[in-house]
Write a protein that binds this ligand. Sequence first.
Ligand SMILES: CC(C)(COP(=O)(O)OP(=O)(O)OC[C@H]1O[C@@H](n2cnc3c(N)ncnc32)[C@H](O)[C@@H]1OP(=O)(O)O)[C@@H](O)C(=O)NCCC(=O)NCCS
Length: 186
Amino acid sequence: MEIYLETERLVLRRFTADDADLLIELDSDPAVMRYLSGGEATAPEVVRDRHLPYIIAGYEKHPGLGLFAAHERDGGAFVGWFHLRPEPDGPLDEAELGYRLRQASWGKGYATEGSQALLQKGFAELGLCAIWAATMAMNSGSRRVMEKLSMSLTGTLPTPDDMMTVEGAEHGGVRYEITKERWEQR
Ligand SMILES: CC(C)(COP(=O)(O)OP(=O)(O)OC[C@H]1O[C@@H](n2cnc3c(N)ncnc32)[C@H](O)[C@@H]1OP(=O)(O)O)[C@@H](O)C(=O)NCCC(=O)NCCS
């Protein structure tokens, strides 16, 4: 297992080709997918043939960045994933933070804990100067995580065409950001 980082309660590691079932199970919970697909599960073949190969290829393309599996240090239960990665054609010193956790892991502070460690690594070790995150305006839990990370609301976003049927689509999305300077001063 290739450990990416450790926090007080979590271990983040690279995904491997054997991890499709973890991702399929995560994306099959309507509550997890509520503000992503409107609750619809991701098709297993899409996870196997597109998502997982893309995640694994990303480790080579952008060393140090990517999407990582999170497990509890105590017992090893799969918690979900976090990502820190540049936009496809964006600057390499900026990255997007993201997270998707199993419902059983919600409400324990894990999203905040994993994200804090990623921001620290991104700014202190990976040379990032800004980290941003986006979510549906209605996704209060995700917004709260961004606020607890000292990220600032920097703008609103239109709902992507393929998310127009998601609950709250009419309210659009929000973008939060934090600079290295702000992170160090928080
Ligand atoms: C959003 C998500 C990552 C939060 O994970 P988590 O580990 O429960 O988050 P944390 O415990 O670190 O913090 C959540 C905060 O939001 C608050 N919160 C959670 N749900 C909320 C809601 N519906 N309304 C308002 N606040 C909410 C919590 O009370 C907590 O704040 P607090 O510490 O001030 O009490 C998790 O629910 C998830 O994976 N959801 C499904 C996928 C998703 O929506 N991902 C984000 C897409 S951009």
